[in-house]
Design a protein around this ligand. Structure first.
Ligand SMILES: Cc1cc2nc3c(=O)[nH]c(=O)nc-3n(C[C@H](O)[C@H](O)[C@H](O)COP(=O)(O)OP(=O)(O)OC[C@H]3O[C@@H](n4cnc5c(N)ncnc54)[C@H](O)[C@@H]3O)c2cc1C
Ligand code: FES
Length: 278
């Protein structure tokens, strides 16, 4: 989607909105047919009078009709977005950022909490392509949440399993008897995933502490650094490489990321947030 002014968002409307967990809403947003994007990219979302924030695209490229965004209420702008209802107006710029690289290897998705949101389109895209081409590529999804009430896209995970994905779900603490998944951290359950680490690519998204522990463990188990891929969050203003707000380790996270390999994170010493990643 091109506009004459790169900072000028286009106005569109919310087709549907539903609460998918406490303080987390999934929006379906009408976009023009020429609005194309790739898994891993984000849009700048604005609510007039509140402000503008980066939000990952969670719909499947080339498959979903509407653009889907999943937003957790954390502060001023995310609260304003999550107060919107169906038919309300919303303003978008983008899509922006470097998408996830895709190769022919087995794929291991490791998601923590709302970190499943940017990975969801790639999981859906890979399973869609797998069915369309008859590929035998293995798709494994390991998804950790704090508790069963915070698990997002539970129905969809059941569908991924029917489509041939291997699913490992875990929660830190479990307070309901009906929970059929594991307990503990995602990194506690690698043995259940039966991964060929040397010949797989991992896609990781979650809290920094989880990304850091997961990258360390995968590296120790023999996965090459250039096949350990994550997507990083940074404070952003312009989203298009102009303001320097997201500058980290000589890289502009908005333009040269948000997707980086462990090899790049080490090479450029990228340290988003307060925590070192390596
Ligand atoms: C590329 C990218 C993709 C994102 N995708 C999603 C998504 O799909 N869904 C979603 O809910 N959120 C996503 N976020 C995070 C989202 O942009 C922030 O939650 C949002 O900017 C918070 O704005 P606010 O005005 O509501 O909060 P504020 O009032 O500005 O801040 C509330 C708290 O959150 C912290 N914070 C705010 N923004 C960020 C940030 N970008 N990184 C780290 N800490 C931050 C602040 O320091 C403060 O402690 C993404 C961020 C990036 C950079
Ligand atoms: S947010 Fe402005 S340069 Fe990245």
């Amino acid at each position: 989607m091109t506009t004459t002014n790169i900072y000028l968002p286009f106005k569109t409307s919310i087709a549907n909105v539903k609460e998918v967990a406490k303080d987390v809403k999934l929006f379906s947003i009408s976009v023009p047919a020429d609005f194309t994007y790739q898994a891993g990219q984000f849009v700048m979302v604005s609510v007039i009078g509140a402000g503008e924030v980066p939000i990952s695209i969670t719909s499947t490229p080339g498959v979903s009709k509407d653009l889907e965004l999943c937003v957790r209420t954390v502060g001023h702008v995310s609260s304003a977005i999550n107060a919107l209802a169906a038919n309300d107006s919303i303003w978008l710029r983008g899509p922006y950022g470097r998408p996830f690289p895709i190769n022919g290897q087995d794929a291991l998705f490791i998601c923590g909490g709302i970190g499943i949101v940017p990975l969801r389109p790639l999981i859906n895209q890979m399973l869609h392509n797998r069915a369309a081409t008859g590929s035998r590529k293995k798709v494994t999804v390991m998804y950790g949440s704090r508790n069963p009430a915070e698990v997002l896209f539970m129905d969809e995970a059941a569908r991924w399993q029917e489509q041939g994905a291997h699913i490992v779900m875990t929660v830190d603490t479990c307070d309901i008897e009906s929970w059929k998944g594991c307990t503990g951290l995602v990194t506690d359950h690698f043995a259940k995933a039966n991964i060929d680490y040397r010949n797989s690519t991992a896609y990781i998204c979650g809290p920094h502490v989880m990304i850091k522990a997961t990258m360390r463990d995968l590296s120790m188990m023999g996965m090459p650094d250039d096949h350990i891929i994550t997507t990083l969050e940074a404070h952003m203003k312009c989203g298009v490489g102009k303001c320097g707000h997201c500058y980290c380790g000589g890289k502009l996270i908005c333009e040269e990321g948000p997707v980086f390999s462990l090899e790049e994170i080490k090479k450029y010493n990228i340290k988003p947030g307060v925590d070192d990643l390596v």
